[in-house]
Structure formats: C-alpha cells, structure tokens
Design a protein around this ligand. Structure first.
Ligand code: SF4
Length: 432
C-alpha cells in the first residue's frame, strides 16, 4: 500500500513543480514514506534522517517530510526528537501535501498533519490521474481496519475501515489499463471487507472483480490482504466465475493454535480458516495459498507452535511470511510479557525450514513444464525478462521475442525456493 501511496504522493507534488531525482545530494525535498508494520520502524526513520543530515552537512538543508504510518504513530514526538524534520503527515492526509509544502515555504513553521480525512483524501485524489504505468499496478480500494487484532497498529495508524466509491475505483482501473497495466492488484488492509452502499446497491469486492473482468486489455486480477472472516461466498464464487481472477490467495492466519488465535483477538479459529480453504478448493482444486505467521506470540507454548506446524503441513502454502513476534507500542499485546527469544528463534528456524521445503516442492513440479507468465519487464543489464506465474511465483527467462504486458508460455528449466527459471520460444505450447 505504501508503494501505491508513494506514487500518488508523487502525482501530487508534481502539481507544485517537483520532480524525482536520482542524485540525492541535489534534492530540495526529502520525503520518507514510512511503514509501521516492521520492527523498530521509528528507529529506522531516525537513522535514515541521520544519513540525510550527513549528506547535506555542507549543502543547503532540504525540506524533510516524514509521511505514512510511523508519522501517524509518533506524531509530535518526531519533530521534538529530530528538529531536522519539517513536516509530519499521516497516511490519511497526504492529499494535502502540496498545500502543506507551500505553507511551510511561506511561514517556515513546522507542520504536523495527522487528520483521518480518508473520504476527502480519495475525493481529492480522484481529480488527479494516477500516473502509475507498471504492467502490474496497485489500486487501493479500501483502507483501515475495525478488527483490532491485539498485536497490530493498523487500526490506530490507518483508522477505521473505509471503502472507496465503486465508480471511483472502476475509473481508476480503466485509467491504469490505459497507462499500460495488464494486471491490477486491488489493495486494502482488509481488502475483502470492502463494502460500499450507493442507491440501495451494496458493492462488495466481488462486484469490483466482476466489473474489472470486462476491461478487455486487463489480463489478471489479484487482491490483498484478506481476513478469513470476510471470505464471503460471493467472493469465493469469483474463483469459479471470473477467469481473470488468479488462482492464488494470500490469507493470513498468524498461528495454527486456537488458544493463541483467541489471545490475538483474531475473531476466528483454525476450523473456520480451514473451512474457508476447503470451500475455495472445492470450487477450484488448483488454487494455491500463502499466509503470514507470527512465532513466539506472548504465551505461546510448544503445543501452540506444533499446531501451527500441523496447519502448515495440512494446507501446504506455496509461499509465506513469518516473523518472531515483536511488540508495537500502544497495542494491547504490548503489555504482555515477551517469550524467550532463544526459543522463538528456534521455532522460527523450524517453521521456515518447513515453509521453504514446501516452496521448493511446489516449484519443482514445474520443471520441464510450460508456465503461463505475464511479462513485467526486461532485467537491467541482462538479456533476460522477468514475469510471474498465475500463482505469483517470480520467473526469470530468456526469450526469442516477447514484450512487457504479454502472456507467454515459458519452459521451466531450473528453480530454487524463491522462483523459476526458463526460456520462451515463439513456438507456443500449452501452459500450466
Ligand atoms: S485484521 Fe489485519 S490489519 Fe486489521 S488489526 Fe488484524 S492484522 Fe491488523
């Protein structure tokens, strides 16, 4: 989502005459768009600003802006602790960035803008075309979260759930496809909680997917990140009815232990999650899954961890993110006593070994077979191209003739746990 936001911030500052530079010492303005999900996010921001200070020691000080979720979470503290920062701006008010910069340039007074103006944000952004021109483009449809998992900062930094108007999203999707996008990844902190009511009609994520199916030049549709509680039947049916919806779902569960799911306030148990997985598999047995896992959540004991391992072995995720729990200030879980780091590290190693093994076994299946790949770009300083399979697996390949945006059949000749390697010849063969 930050990549989407960064692109939109760039669309906004272009309007007041800014442009990107790769020569960092020449910048008049330094903007750090930050994410609070990873550990020590705030420290990383101060560290980065320290680097900017050093680079500009003998030069004119650039305007320094910190935006995003760290800005929201740390607010006044940031300017107090690091006076080199001029403007702090939260993720729901970045549409004001042009005015804020102009104000700062006039008055030279520090600015701290942290309103949750999400409706106004998207209404303002609607008037400015999205200039993103990547083959695989992001499109934010929903923001915020009302779920309040005990470990997560999102409900505090992004605010309550908000769904953008349906027509606004479809217009932006058409605009992205006209710019060259051939795949759209619909984004939201709780993307499948999308719910927009207009003229008594209730639009859900499934309504957006069905509408996007009609855009001729669009070849693939994906969405992330989903909550198991919002995997409604209308959305699950899209895996049967919508050809362009890719057969791959990232569905975080965090732990396979019912006891820890409860402590996390995840609002579902393991059997609910498995029920969703099985419903989807029933509709399309070829669909593949990935997930997120937190190891060493406060109170996790060996049995809880073994339940997670069991779940991983039952579902066979083809790719997942896994981390040791680390507390986020201000969340309910932050009050809890941390588990032994040594034990958590040992558990993480064990868990990742299984996840990687599953990834390797999955990638091995493609050896000597043809895979349908959406070509995203030609690799820098190489004759090879980069693209992804229907299941999001990265593929690097040689080609006799292909262009970004094309769907090509690549013969897989090698693999590792991260991806596939192969070649594409003009002689087309049916792909998996
Ligand atoms: S559902 Fe996701 S975004 Fe919402 S609180 Fe839980 S982890 Fe955070």
């Amino acid at each position: 989502m930050n990549e989407y936001d960064s692109n939109r911030i760039y669309d906004l500052v272009k309007l007041i005459g800014f442009s990107k530079t790769n020569i960092k010492n020449q910048a008049d303005c330094y903007l750090l768009n930050t994410c609070h999900i990873r550990e020590k996010a705030a420290e990383k921001v101060y560290h980065e600003i320290g680097r900017v200070k050093k680079d500009f020691k003998k030069l004119k000080k650039p305007l320094v802006i910190v935006s995003g979720c760290v800005a929201q979470a740390e607010s006044d503290e940031m300017i107090k602790r690091e006076p080199y920062i001029d403007i702090v701006i939260g993720p729901q008010s970045y549409h004001k960035i042009g005015d804020l910069i102009l104000n700062y340039q006039r008055k030279r007074e520090k600015i701290n803008e942290l309103e949750f103006d999400v409706i106004e944000k998207f209404d303002s952004l609607e008037k400015i075309p999205n200039s993103q021109n990547k083959i695989s483009s992001y499109l934010t449809i929903q923001e915020g979260c009302d779920k309040f998992c005990n470990f997560c900062v999102v409900p505090y930094t992004r605010g309550p759930e908000y769904s953008r108007p349906f027509k606004q999203i479809i217009n932006e999707a058409n605009n992205l496809v006209n710019n060259g996008a051939r795949e759209i990844i619909l984004l939201g902190q709780n993307v499948n909680a999308y719910n927009f009511l207009e003229n008594k009609k209730n639009y859900r994520l499934s309504s957006i997917i069905k509408e996007l199916e009609n855009i001729t030049d669009l070849k693939r549709i994906r969405y992330m990140t989903s909550h198991p509680k919002d995997m409604t039947d209308d959305l699950i049916d899209c895996y049967r009815d919508c050809e362009k919806l890719m057969p791959f779902l990232h569905l975080p569960i965090q732990t396979g232990s019912d006891r820890i799911l409860k402590l996390m306030n995840r609002k579902h148990d393991k059997s609910y999650y498995m029920n969703v997985i099985n419903k989807i598999k029933k509709i399309n047995e070829n669909i593949k899954f990935s997930s997120d896992f937190i190891v060493g959540y406060p109170g996790e004991i060996e049995k809880d961890f073994n339940d997670t391992v069991k779940l991983i072995q039952d579902v066979i995720f083809i790719n997942s993110y896994s981390f040791i729990y680390s507390s986020r200030p201000g969340t309910p879980a932050a009050k809890n006593k941390l588990n032994s780091l040594k034990i958590s590290q040992e558990r993480l190693v064990k868990l990742q070994k299984i996840l990687i093994h599953n990834q390797i076994e999955n990638n091995k299946k493609y050896l000597e077979k043809y895979c349908e790949v959406l070509v995203e770009n030609k690799l820098k300083n190489s004759s090879k191209y980069f693209g992804r399979t229907k299941f999001m697996t990265p593929v690097k390949f040689e080609s006799e003739d292909c262009s970004p945006g094309e769907l090509v059949n690549v013969k897989i000749t090698n693999f590792n746990h991260n991806g596939l390697f192969g070649f594409h010849s003009i002689n087309k063969t049916k792909a998996a």
